[in-house]
Design a protein around this ligand. Structure first.
Ligand code: ATP
Ligand code: MG
Length: 598
């Protein structure tokens, strides 16, 4: 391709909308343009990168026996009603764009395709002989993200590879899942990314395994905890650890103390001169279920620890049936505003005890009359602890479970693991913290969708049983930008060779110099013939501008037909390390071919 004929609009100034390096660079180098919030045009250079990534994905997916297909992006609401996700996706979370067509039918724009693919499996898979199957597609997904940002990292329209497997049983599912984990590692390695596979939250589906593939970067929106020995890595939403030991309580007698103006753990511990590890903190939430029931929740956790919202959400989701509901729709910390709905009188916020009376709850048929009392494991062994007294300005000290308070019946892991906590597999290993960009996610779904949508098969014993399913996603457009986030310098992007839009750029410093232009033209033809993806910068621009642009767009090899021609050489500069090599004109093609295939 000749640059003189290409739509390439590089910018000197960074557009103000961009916050992180990869977003700035892709805009400046003319790869993408913003069309609206979370909506981007992939310009010709970007489209080549995306196609290269897609090709690598296809090769690795096909190698596992997976089959490519293409599913509709417009999806009938009926399918989502069957799986029970229409309400959550369009209303509670609101992530799905929904519309009504002119026949008054409701449709959603596909944020993901479990429903569509399960409907297909239900119709076409009948017997165990037809299993396993694994279908994938690469297409645009739509999600009405609440905070689209960082360019392609979180768009409202983005490209995803999604695959769905159908297996006869959990062990077959596990086999496909492991195969996918390997394929994902191959894909990311081939794209030139350094990445970490981490344990991920499986939501309320429970039991099944899930892994996320993270590109570690400062700008990542996910938080990862891992150990140096490489044995453990998990998304913080899911991470477990051994908390620091509690310090011995300085109190040995139970008594109530005046503790004025101590609504926070820090202020309380300073006032009482005790460690937060000797405090039982009681945090109030309200849970909202799909049958409109409000359940006030009281969580007791050690003072130095924080509640992990994802763990709490999962715990509550699993309890939905206790409240005659199917799903948890929302979870809020019960601050002054929130409690107005259901509190009978002002709550002693900041001074709550584990035995806060149910009389604080206003009688109503939509409100559960009793607190759901949950304790995190960190509080069960505390002795002579400090906690609230249910009276503003007072706490109690020297309290014990089984004496002044009874331990809540439900004890679960609700705490957020933190950096420096001890690892469970080896307490000598402290957890380390890093930020990550989630580029891929693989998931053992089990029978959640097949059961809801009646996708069954006849097993060897002639029994009709639900198909086991897995789903496997890669954010193609996010992955492209994550690569840039991991590979750039002050002058621009440094594409890994495998996904660079072009492999080589020939820069002609002065188009008016006929020798320069002619050698460049000949090399361009020869490289094209040799199958090299090459750009020819034949623009009537100053050499400085051309060099800057070549660095900015990040083509791995730059050929310059400049001064070195006097000695019969062409200068080749490697973008990654800026090393410069003088190569005789006649050797250029073979030398480059060697570098490109290594
Ligand atoms: P996130 O937690 O970042 O919102 P997710 O867990 O909802 O992502 P999945 O449903 O697992 O995403 O989708 C599979 C992959 O699609 C993700 O691993 C990610 O790479 C990509 N992806 C998801 N949402 C977006 C988005 N809004 N923009 C770009 N890529 C996305
Ligand atoms: Mg995910």
């Amino acid at each position: 391709m000749r640059l003189s004929q290409m739509l390439l609009d590089t910018l000197r100034e960074t557009p103000s909308e961009a916050e992180i390096p990869s977003h700035k660079l892709l805009l400046r180098a003319g790869y993408i343009r913003r069309i609206g919030s979370g909506l981007y045009a992939y310009l010709p250079l970007m489209w080549r990168v995306l196609n290269k990534i897609s090709q690598i994905i296809r090769e690795e997916m096909d190698a596992t026996g997976a089959q490519e297909c293409l599913l509709p992006q417009l999806q009938p609401s009926e399918l989502w009603e069957e799986s029970g996700r229409w309400e959550t996706y369009t209303k509670a979370e609101g992530i799905m764009f929904a519309l009504i067509d002119r026949q008054q039918r409701q449709l959603g724009l596909g944020p993901t395709h479990e429903e569509v693919i399960t409907a297909i499996a239900r119709d076409s898979i009948r017997s165990y002989r037809e299993l396993p199957q694994n279908l994938y597609q690469i297409q645009t997904k739509f999600r009405d993200e609440i905070r689209p940002r960082f360019g392609l990292m979180r768009g409202r329209e983005f490209i995803m590879k999604d695959a769905y497997s159908f297996n006869s049983d959990p062990s077959s599912l596990e086999e496909t899942y492991n195969q996918m984990a390997k394929a994902y590692a191959n894909i990311l390695r081939r794209c030139g990314l350094s990445f970490t596979a981490v344990e991920a939250d499986t939501g309320a589906i429970g039991g099944s395994a899930s892994q996320e593939f993270m590109v570690l970067a400062e700008s990542g929106e996910d938080e990862v905890l891992y150990t140096e020995d490489g044995q453990y890595a998990a998304n913080i939403e899911k991470a477990v650890s051994i908390p620091p030991d509690a310090e011995p309580s300085p109190f040995s007698e139970f008594e109530k103390r005046d503790t004025p103006n101590t609504p926070t753990i820090a202020s309380l511990c300073e006032f009482l001169n005790c460690s937060p590890t000797t405090v039982v903190k009681n945090v109030l939430y309200e849970a909202l279920f799909d049958n409109e029931t409000v359940v006030p929740v009281l969580v007791s956790i050690r003072g130095d620890q924080d509640v992990n919202d994802v763990k709490l959400t999962n715990t509550l989701s699993n309890m939905a049936s206790h409240y005659g509901a199917k799903e948890l729709m929302g979870l809020n910390v019960a601050d002054e505003d929130v409690q107005k709905k259901w509190a009978a009188k002002a709550l002693p916020l900041g001074y709550i005890a584990p035995d806060l009376s149910d009389e604080y709850i206003k009688p109503s048929d939509k409100i559960e009359p009793k607190f759901l009392r949950l304790a995190d494991e960190t509080v069960t062994n505390l002795k002579n602890f400090v906690t609230g007294s249910n009276e503003t300005g007072c706490h109690v000290v020297g309290a014990n479970w089984g004496e002044q308070f009874s331990l809540p019946e439900t004890v679960v892991d609700l705490r957020e693991a933190q950096a420096r906590d001890r690892a469970v597999h080896d307490p000598e290993q402290p957890l380390q913290f890093a930020r990550g960009i989630e580029v891929g996610h693989i998931f053992q779904l089990g029978t959640k969708y097949s059961q809801a949508m009646d996708a069954t098969y006849t097993n060897r014993d002639g029994k009709e049983v639900p198909i086991h399913m897995g789903c496997y996603g890669i954010g193609v457009s996010r992955l492209a930008q994550a690569t840039v986030e991991q590979s750039y310098d002050d002058d621009g992007i440094i594409w890994p060779l495998a996904i660079a839009p072009y492999q080589v750029i020939i820069t002609v410093p002065n188009m008016n110099d006929t020798q320069q232009a002619q050698v460049a033209q000949e090399l361009y033809n020869d490289l094209l013939t040799a199958g090299v993806e090459v750009l020819l910068d034949d623009r009537e621009e100053r050499a400085g501008v051309k060099f800057k642009d070549a660095d900015l767009i990040g083509i791995p090899y730059r050929l310059v037909t400049g001064r070195s021609l006097q000695d019969g050489n062409v200068e080749i500069i490697k973008r990654a390390d800026r090393s410069s090599h003088n190569v005789p004109i006649s050797d250029v093609v073979t030398t480059l071919m060697q570098w490109l295939t290594n």
